[in-house]
Structures are given as structure tokens and as C-alpha cells.
Design a protein around this ligand. Structure first.
Ligand SMILES: NC(=O)c1ccc[n+]([C@@H]2O[C@H](COP(=O)([O-])OP(=O)(O)OC[C@H]3O[C@@H](n4cnc5c(N)ncnc54)[C@H](OP(=O)(O)O)[C@@H]3O)[C@@H](O)[C@H]2O)c1
Length: 268
């Protein structure tokens, strides 16, 4: 049985689809699953870990200060429950995410780290979707470039790592093939959606004020700190994780936009 945390999220949902299609028994968990699973409630962990041989770890805020300690504790609980393999979703260039990676790498279990860049699905399923629907999305990203990645590619890599020991011990730097400024991403979305969507570069303080009504002050602060850390150019160069894990090229952002527009997700 394969445990999937964050099962309702952008990558978890896609991993579940792939495991189901390939006939792997799995347990999809989150705060409203039965039994429930919550990162801040360790008393919920043993029930979901029982009987699992592998686990996909998605923490909602791996960049947060307390996350590495929680991942370390969870990895120890997984080992105690007899889990053999851990696959961690991580973020590129994030100090706390790297500490969490080390906790998994030092767990004594077989492990794979899937270190991802900015998700294309932030524009279709995440916080930026409604903003883009209003014609503009704001980020404190200036003119920095991101090798934006399709969550379907992440899910393909994660599913391979969960089910095939050839990925044990690997760290995959999972990105798209090309890097775009957020202005260029907005132009791609506009072309595909058939109506103008603009990128509005903002400062960190303005971004915090924009976020607070949506996610509250604590999460807003975490996002601001994360943006301050990663939007400095450190992540501009594409990685090779999809190619290394799957032996194929990642899906292109232009193609992603065309496919997304065809589903009607941008027909606001
Ligand atoms: N989005 C990006 O561009 C990006 C890029 C690189 C790395 N990452 C990393 O990917 C991870 C996921 O981020 P995301 O924004 O894409 O989120 P997501 O996977 O779309 O959603 C978060 C998932 O976590 C679950 N969750 C939320 N709070 C929880 C809690 N307290 N206990 C247990 N489960 C909880 C949610 O399920 P329920 O609500 O059902 O509990 C949901 O399934 C983060 O660690 C992030 O740093 C994201």
C-alpha cells in the first residue's frame, strides 16, 4: 500500500490518478480523509502509516521554519511503522526545504527527493487563478525567470519513484525546459486564453497586504519570506530531473497554456 499525503493537492491528486491507473493499492489522506491526517497533529500519523510500504510526502508549507523538524519526526514515525520508501516533494532554492530533504535522506529508508520549480498549475488551480481571472496577477518577482513546470510531470516522476527502486537515493531537479519571466508567462496565458492577463510586479510589503485577506497574516508572511528568498535569480536555470527520471522532455509551458485554455479553465 502506498500512502499519499496532500492527496487533494496539485500533485497528490495526479499521483493518485496514476497509482489507480497502474493498479497500485494506495491510501489518499488529508485533513478531511477518513482517517484524517494533519501535519500539526502527530496523533493522526500512525493510523495512516499502518500497512504502508511507501509514502509520498507533501507538506503544504515546506518553506516554513518548523517544517524540517516535522518532516524528521514523520520520517521516524514512518520507519517505526515499517515503511520502506519515502518520496518528498521539495522546492528549489528554499533553505528550509533543503533541511527537510536532509531529514528524509538521513531517515535510513529508501528515498527520492523531487525538487520542483514554480508550478504551471498555480495559474489554473492555485491562488493566482482567480487573480488572473481579474486580468492581472501580482507577485514580488520583478523580471526574474522561472523554468515553470507542469504538475503532470512532477506526478509522473513521483509515481515512478514510489513504485520503482531504480529511483532510490536520487534527487531530481524537476523543471520545465525553458525559463520565462512572469511577464512572458502572462503573455502565454493571454494568447491561449484569448484575453489579456497581465503580470503586476509588486514589492514585498504590498504583496503581504494583498495576501493577508486570502490566507491570513501567518501564511502571508511565509509566502513573502519564500518569495524574498527564491525570486533572486537562483532558480532561473532549468534542471534535468524529468529527463533523468523519465527519459523524456518535460511538457512545454506554451503547450500547457493551450491545453489549459481548451478545458475552459480560463473562460472567466
Ligand atoms: N506551488 C508551487 O509552485 C510549488 C513549487 C515548488 C514546491 N512546492 C511545494 O509543494 C508543496 C505543496 O504546495 P502547493 O501549494 O502546490 O499545495 P497543494 O499540494 O496544491 O495543496 C496542499 C495539500 O496539503 C494538504 N494540507 C494542507 N494543510 C494540511 C495540514 N495541516 N495537514 C495535512 N495536510 C494538509 C491539502 O489537503 P487538505 O486541505 O485536504 O488537508 C492539500 O492536499 C509545498 O511544500 C510547496 O512548498 C510548490
Amino acid at each position: 500500500m502506498i500512502l499519499v499525503t496532500g492527496a487533494s493537492g496539485k500533485t497528490g491528486r495526479r499521483v493518485i490518478d496514476r497509482l489507480t491507473e497502474a493498479g497500485h493499492v494506495h491510501r489518499a489522506v488529508g485533513r478531511s480523509s477518513v482517517p484524517p491526517f494533519a501535519w500539526e497533529r502527530p496523533e493522526t500519523w500512525s493510523a495512516v502509516l499502518a500497512g504502508a510500504r511507501a509514502a509520498y510526502i507533501v507538506h503544504p508549507e515546506l518553506a516554513a521554519t518548523g517544517a524540517p523538524a516535522v518532516i524528521e519526526e514523520f520520517a521516524a514515525a514512518a520507519a517505526a511503522a515499517g515503511v520502506e520508501r519515502l518520496v518528498l516533494l521539495s522546492g528549489r532554492g528554499e533553505t528550509n526545504a533543503e533541511l527537510a530533504e536532509r531529514a528524509v535522506q538521513n531517515s535510513g529508508l529508501a528515498h527520492t527527493v523531487v525538487r520542483a520549480s514554480w508550478f504551471a498549475q498555480n495559474f489554473t488551480e492555485g491562488l493566482l487563478h482567480p487573480a488572473a481571472g481579474g486580468g492581472a496577477f501580482a507577485l514580488p518577482a520583478g523580471t526574474v525567470r522561472e523554468p515553470v513546470v507542469d504538475a503532470d510531470d512532477i506526478a509522473d516522476v513521483v509515481t515512478a519513484a514510489l513504485t520503482d527502486s531504480r529511483h532510490d537515493g536520487r534527487l531530481y531537479d524537476v523543471t520545465g525546459t525553458r525559463s520565462f519571466t512572469f511577464d512572458e508567462m502572462a503573455a502565454e496565458i493571454s494568447r491561449a486564453a484569448g484575453r489579456p492577463v497581465q503580470y503586476a510586479p509588486v514589492g514585498l510589503d504590498d504583496f503581504r497586504e494583498l495576501l493577508i485577506p486570502h490566507v491570513g497574516p501567518d501564511q502571508a508572511e511565509m509566502f513573502v519570506q519564500l518569495c524574498a528568498e527564491v525570486f533572486d535569480g537562483r532558480n532561473e536555470k532549468p534542471g534535468e530531473g524529468v529527463q533523468e527520471a523519465l527519459g523524456r522532455e518535460p511538457r512545454d509551458f506554451t503547450a500547457f497554456c493551450q491545453a489549459a485554455a481548451a478545458t475552459g479553465v480560463w473562460s472567466w
